[in-house]
Design a binder for this molecule. Structure first.
Ligand SMILES: *Cc1c(COP(=O)(O)O)cnc(C)c1O
Length: 423
């Protein structure tokens, strides 16, 4: 990199603070100059094949012309206007389309600009729902080990305690109930007993449906979600599904909750909402949740409102992304990807150090016994021409649904090669 290091890289890098990164010891970040489809171009002229789709967002590949055109048209008309007291076409069109796509009466859309904040809003909806109904003692949330819901403090409090680094932030986060996901009969009985004992304190249960992503790409059956829905119903508890990762086709259906045939009371969407183009998130509530906020008391209104709420550019990109889901065979592409990853990654199972191989939808996972240095491994993948970002003991692919078969084959071959080199 150093020979061809551009001036902006050399001059700017000393002023940048990178995410989740020990900057003393990590390999330097790659200098990216362009993206296209499933390709990332680096400043030194190299091209990487992308296995991550920009942290699971770029489901149609980078720079899709339809989304780009929509953004350009919106940019010329109105890049932004405040949402406090005014509304605009891209936001209302998107709200109607999301309500039509989502199951049941999930029909009230509250926009924010990141997944974490959409989770914060879901939590506030839960708290104020209780206050407005005169149930002020029900202020606690139930979440699950292995879960990830974002990096803001209230979201961190409902992450897996280890993954969320609760030992670092103890004392400044709200204390919540973090339980094991009830995966079998026995744990279901235990879970229901806990819920029954604490129902008077509990606002809502929150989980990622079918896949706990950042917590380790852990899969569970649709049955688990049906069980949660059932227990929540019987104890008058709200069910919040965080579909920030799973939404928009990633698990094989438009939304993961469809596979369980359930409707949560509140759903959080972000990541692939704009096809990876702009920052946007939505917290969508069912009618009965929204209705609890209607009152003559101004304090019963939802107390949240980000400055860049419902940014028109972002909403235009999201509408364009939904156009693509409507007119291109995205879910078929996910099914094809799934089949190819199941076959291609399975060959990793026999390699040394591999603990498990699993695939759901367009998520392919090779779980290792241990990865001693994920950042170094990421650099190794890049040397091979692949953009793959291992974390903890997980190597995974979440490619664009449009990735070319040869590119996917290359990524899977590279994983095999690098694992073999590691041994
Ligand atoms: C990424 C993610 C978040 C946080 O979204 P940000 O946009 O990074 O704040 C929350 N929940 C899940 C399930 C996620 O995958």
């Amino acid at each position: 990199m150093s020979r061809t290091e551009p001036a902006w890289y050399r001059d700017g890098l000393p002023h940048i603070w990178l995410p989740y990164c020990q900057m003393k010891t990590s390999p330097p970040p790659l200098a990216v100059t362009a993206t296209d489809g499933s390709r990332i171009t680096l400043a030194d002229g190299r091209e990487l094949i992308d296995g991550v789709a920009a942290w699971w967002t770029a489901c149609h590949g980078y720079n899709h012309p339809h989304i780009r055109d929509a953004a350009q048209a919106q940019l010329a008309r109105m890049p932004h206007v405040m949402f406090g007291g005014s509304v605009h076409e891209p936001a209302l069109t998107l709200a109607k389309r999301l309500s039509d796509l989502l199951p049941g009466d999930l029909e009230r859309v509250f926009y924010t600009d990141s997944g974490s904040v959409s989770v914060e809003v879901a939590l506030k909806m839960g708290i104020q729902y209780r206050l407005n109904r005169g149930e002020a003692d029900r202020r606690k949330f139930v979440a699950f080990r292995g879960g990830y819901h974002g990096d803001t403090l209230a979201a961190t409090a409902i992450c897996d305690p280890e993954e969320g680094m609760h030992h670092l932030f103890g004392g400044i986060m709200p204390e919540q109930f973090i339980l094991d996901l009830p995966r079998d009969e026995e744990s279901r009985a235990g879970f229901e007993t806990f819920i029954a004992d604490h129902a008077a304190e509990i606002t809502a249960v929150i989980t990622e449906p079918l896949v706990q992503g950042a917590g380790g790409m852990l899969f569970h059956d649709p049955d688990v979600l049906r069980c949660l829905r059932d227990i929540c119903d019987r104890h008058g508890i709200l069910l919040i599904l965080d579909e920030i990762f799973t939404g928009f086709g990633r698990t094989g259906t438009m939304f993961a909750c469809e596979q369980a045939g359930i409707t949560p009371d509140i759903i959080c969407l972000s990541k692939a909402l704009t096809g990876g183009t702009m920052a946007l998130a939505a917290t969508v509530a069912r009618r009965h949740v929204f209705d609890a906020f209607l009152s003559d008391d101004p304090e019963h209104a939802l107390m949240h409102g980000p400055t860049f709420m419902a940014n028109p550019l972002a909403c235009a990109c999201a509408n364009a992304s939904l156009d693509l889901f409507g007119r291109e065979p995205r879910l078929d592409q996910v099914a094809a990807l799934s089949a190819r990853m199941s076959e291609g990654l399975e060959t990793c199972r026999a390699l040394p150090g591999v603990r498990d191989v699993r695939v759901m939808g367009a998520i392919g996972v090779v779980e290792m016994e241990k990865i001693s240095d994920p950042a170094a491994l990421r650099a190794r993948f890049a040397e091979h021409g692949a953009w793959i970002r291992p974390f903890r003991n997980i190597i995974y692919l979440t490619p664009a649904f449009t990735i070319a078969p040869d590119d996917l084959t290359f990524l899977m071959q590279t994983i095999r090669e690098v694992i073999s080199e590691m041994a």
